[in-house]
Design a protein around this ligand. Structure first.
Ligand SMILES: C[S@@+](CC[C@H](N)C(=O)[O-])C[C@H]1O[C@@H](n2cnc3c(N)ncnc32)[C@H](O)[C@@H]1O
Length: 442
């Protein structure tokens, strides 16, 4: 098996992220890339039924993505998840979690991503590889190994670290490497790190933004601390390097899909620059450069999360009126009423991950949202608006141009998605967890 010994040692001793299998009895953890509706919208034009579907979770760790995918695919025909990791301890935790949930659709493999081309596993329709490739010495070889087992129309959900926003962490890692040149004992390294953290002067870069990172240590304890400050192999990407890497491995970047400013909006210079003249100049630059400007402006991109495909044109399109628009998780409460009673003023709402979003409703936006119920196609919604308004002459194009700017705002943060009406709505997180809660509640 091909892997870095220090990296394996870390994840055998400090399986990341910390999970207690008993917690499965009361809650389902979701991972942002692995909502099937989101994979479908961005990678399959919304048309995937997920029957006969094979997913690989590469570097599956303590199991969050594997469990979430397995729960969603539990009742699909011939759907399979393959979990792969070099850490037996991590796999053990993930297996216990799956056993508590009674999941039988995961195949467990203790091996390395780099060995994938030789493992004879067949091909996969979706590969999740979150927080792993930046821990390989050769991340080109890692991405190519994933590509070698990807089906022709398949897609990948990847997360790798961001170089700029993690600068304080990389300084701390350099500091701890100097201190630990002759200290192989991992627990001693952890204790030393705690001593150093307690005496950092206010001028230290990490100390200046400690609050941003503290949740990782509060939540995961020594496991989080080792992962942040003591990792032996940890590469942060800036956007330009990210694009070069992806393209040199034969992929297209479909979309950035992280939370808040790690979604598409955080890479868009328009989010930060209001000056029309400067924006016009920037708009002439190649897209990777525009996104690099967004990354450096925001300074908030700690992780790059994105979908990849070997093909272009994989996203569902709002211009296709046979598509059904729907919210993924918590639609805004009474949105149609808020729009209808706002007398043409701008509307501000909070996204599920707490971004404040402002938009200017058009003449028909309130009516469109009144009929948008996650089941109706755009064509049906528009017909209903025409009937309500008694304006048979109103064209689909006019109504679409009213809807498009607001759809774009929601879609840029993956909150509103599309699927054809032939593809049914999937179960919510609560519906997926409900039978497990019932099983363990008595
Ligand atoms: C930071 S954890 C992320 C775990 C999981 N993907 C998640 O998001 O919760 C990194 C995982 O990658 C695994 N890993 C590191 N190098 C690997 C390799 N060459 N092949 C397979 N897994 C690897 C580690 O054992 C560890 O479980």
């Amino acid at each position: 098996m091909e892997y870095i010994q220090e990296v394996r040692n870390q994840y055998e001793n400090y399986p990341y992220p910390y999970r207690d299998p008993e917690d499965e009895k009361t809650r389902l953890i979701f991972t942002l890339d692995a909502f099937l509706e989101k994979i479908n919208h961005f990678c399959y034009q919304g048309k995937q039924t997920f029957n006969n579907f094979r997913a690989l979770v590469a570097g599956g760790g303590t199991g969050s993505a594997a469990i979430f995918l397995a729960e969603q695919l539990r009742h699909k025909k011939n759907a399979e998840i393959v979990y792969l990791d070099i850490s037996r301890q991590s796999m053990d935790i993930a297996q216990k979690r799956a056993a508590i949930r009674g999941l039988k659709n995961i195949t467990w493999i203790h091996n390395s991503i780099l060995n994938l081309p030789d493992l004879d596993l067949g091909t996969f329709d979706y590969i999740n590889c979150v927080g792993v490739l930046h821990h390989l010495e050769d991340y080109h070889a890692g991405l190519r190994a994933l590509g070698s087992v990807l089906a022709e129309n398949g897609s990948l959900g990847i997360m790798v670290y961001g170089k700029h926003a993690r600068a304080p962490i990389y300084q701390m890692q350099s500091l701890m490497r100097l201190i630990h040149e002759d200290e192989p004992d991992m627990q001693k390294q952890v204790e030393n790190t705690k001593i150093v953290l307690n005496c950092l002067p206010p001028s230290n870069l990490y100390k200046r933004c400690e609050q941003e990172w503290k949740s990782e240590i509060d939540e995961y304890g020594d496991i989080g601390l080792y992962d942040l400050f003591l990792h032996s192999q940890d590469h942060g990407f800036d956007v330009m390097e990210l694009y070069d890497w992806i393209e040199s491995c034969g992929f297209h970047l479909v979309e950035f899909i992280g939370p808040k400013f790690e979604s598409k909006i955080g890479y868009d210079p328009k989010t930060f620059i209001g000056h029309p003249g400067l924006l016009k100049e920037i708009a002439h630059l190649p897209l990777p450069k525009q996104h690099a400007i967004g990354e450096l402006m925001s300074g908030l991109i700690q992780r790059h999360s994105f979908y990849l495909s070997k093909n272009t044109g994989t996203k569902a399109q709002v211009d296709d009126l046979d598509n059904v628009p729907f919210f993924l998780r918590n639609p805004p409460h009474n949105l149609a009423d808020t729009i209808a009673h706002n007398n043409g003023r701008k509307i501000t709402i909070k996204s599920p991950d707490d971004i404040s979003m402002q938009f200017q409703p058009g003449k028909f936006t309130g009516d469109i949202f009144r009929y948008l119920n996650g089941e109706r196609t755009l064509k049906t919604i528009f017909n209903k608006v025409r009937k309500l308004r008694k304006t048979p002459q109103l064209s689909n194009q006019e109504l679409l141009e009213d809807f498009r700017p607001i759809y774009t705002i929601f879609n840029d943060i993956s909150w509103m998605l599309l699927r054809p009406s032939s593809v049914p709505m999937l179960k919510s997180l609560e519906e997926l967890q409900e039978p497990i809660n019932r099983r363990y509640s008595s």
